[in-house]
Design a protein around this ligand. Structure first.
Ligand SMILES: Nc1ncnc2c1ncn2[C@@H]1O[C@H](COP(=O)(O)OP(=O)(O)OP(=O)(O)O)[C@@H](O)[C@H]1O
Ligand SMILES: [Mg+2]
Length: 397
């Protein structure tokens, strides 16, 4: 062949992702535990969007999330908004169970002109609503349809149009454009079959250590089997038209002991964040010993309810007692509250370890392996002091 250029044949690596997609991935990995497949699928679609490789005239991505309750289906959507838009609430949520009847559909799209009540209705799915969380940096919208198996036929028809053409026609004939949306749909479909598959492995905790449970879940073969059972349940329930419009179907895995431990750290960090977000004169810091964490995990592990059960245990055993301590002024701004496990009484023990600490000092006590974004301190300095303090407090106990 007579070419005017040199043929190079340089090998390329399509597995590398760009900086923004890599940042999304590491952000999600900090917040979402044990659902790497779901993270990967979101990152892939985001990367395609950044490079303009998405199919035009469709939403950026249509995802169906299946799997057990409390496994992170809703949380991963919030976490994506949190990472990309710095706002976990920047998600438009439609609870499909609430739109069973035709007059309820009007809440979503508004009623036709001339119809009684037309002027009063503000459709929940208008263009303004979709665009409300746009920032200078990002024009993405996140729409979440929860529990889609409960959607009425009318809602299904709306959904099919959105998924396929990225448009919705409102009651007054205005069009809403969904082409800058990531659409997420969740369903517990197949979760009971999945639980039945897990049961012999887990013995539901009876006579098995939590490590056995974690090992059972880490088993790739089982993960694959669970994923297939989820997809099969979806194929039985949903029409081919719907299934064909999906970009990705992800089956969320039940969470094991190892994952719940990491989620516990994230949740404790979020409680700390809430306290730091209160007026500064009321901000205090708390630390939780390892035996206390073991106790919270033992109380909060329930294979059926996933991380939901853990969150309830944290509220009941830690947050609620702490709020009593605040209300009775046993704990005030600038205090360091140390939480240990009382093995005789089988409960958490709270002690005021220090008082009058400046903010920087309190921040240094926080476990920085799970980062608190709001704190603008040099990570290295914080980690160093936190380690020193931890070593000191371990010595004392
Ligand atoms: N994989 C996970 N990683 C981190 N946190 C999680 C995970 N799964 C659940 N959580 C925590 O548990 C809470 C409940 O989870 P989430 O709302 O995502 O459950 P879900 O899978 O949507 O369940 P449901 O089917 O009942 O709606 C979350 O807000 C989060 O705090
Ligand atoms: Mg949910």
């Amino acid at each position: 062949m007579d070419t005017k250029f040199t043929r190079l044949n340089i090998p390329l690596d399509p597995a590398q992702t760009g900086r923004d997609a890599t940042q999304l991935e590491s952000g999600l990995r900090k917040l979402i535990i044990g659902q790497d497949d779901a993270i990967q699928q979101i990152v892939n679609i985001y990367q395609m969007n950044l490079t303009g490789m998405n199919a035009p005239g469709r939403p950026i991505g249509n995802f169906l999330f299946l799997g057990p309750t409390g496994s992170g289906k809703t949380r991963i959507v919030e976490a994506t908004a949190e990472t990309l838009l710095k706002n976990p609430r920047a998600v438009i949520k439609i609870d499909c169970a609430e739109f069973q009847h035709s007059h309820e559909i009007a809440k979503l799209i508004g009623s036709p002109p001339g119809y009684l009540g037309h002027r009063e209705t503000h459709p929940l799915l208008s263009q303004e609503v979709l665009n409300q969380f746009h920032t200078d940096d990002s024009k993405l919208s996140f729409v979440l349809f929860d529990e889609i198996e409960k959607a009425s036929d009318a809602l299904w028809n709306l959904l099919l149009g959105i998924l396929d053409k990225a448009t919705l026609t409102l009651g007054d004939n205005r069009k809403v454009d969904f082409s800058h949306c990531l659409i997420f749909m969740t369903s517990n479909l197949g979760a009971s079959e999945m639980a039945a598959m897990m049961a012999p492995r887990l013995g539901f905790g009876i006579g098995k250590s939590r490590d056995d449970i974690a090992a059972g879940i880490a088993d790739d073969k089982l993960a694959g089997k669970l994923a297939r059972s989820g997809v099969e349940a979806a194929r039985r329930k949903f029409t081919p038209e719907f299934m064909n419009r999906l970009d990705k179907i992800v089956t969320f895995q039940p969470l094991g002991a190892e994952q719940l431990r990491k989620i516990l750290d994230i949740e404790l960090n979020q409680v700390q964040q809430r306290i730091f977000n209160s007026p500064m004169d009321r901000a205090f810091v708390f630390t939780v010993s390892d035996p206390s964490k073991d106790f919270l995990l033992a109380e909060g592990t329930d294979m059926k309810y996933g991380a939901r059960h853990l969150k309830r245990a944290i509220e009941r055993l830690l947050v609620q007692p702490m709020s009593n301590l605040i209300a009775t002024e046993q704990v005030r701004g600038g205090d360091w509250v140390r939480i240990d496990f009382d093995s005789d009484a089988k409960q958490l023990r709270f002690a005021r370890e220090a008082e009058g600490l400046p903010v920087g000092e309190m921040a240094r006590l926080v476990d920085t392996s799970v980062t608190i974004p709001a704190l603008n301190l040099s990570q290295a300095a914080v980690a160093e002091t936190a380690n020193a303090l931890r070593a000191r407090s371990n010595k004392r106990s």
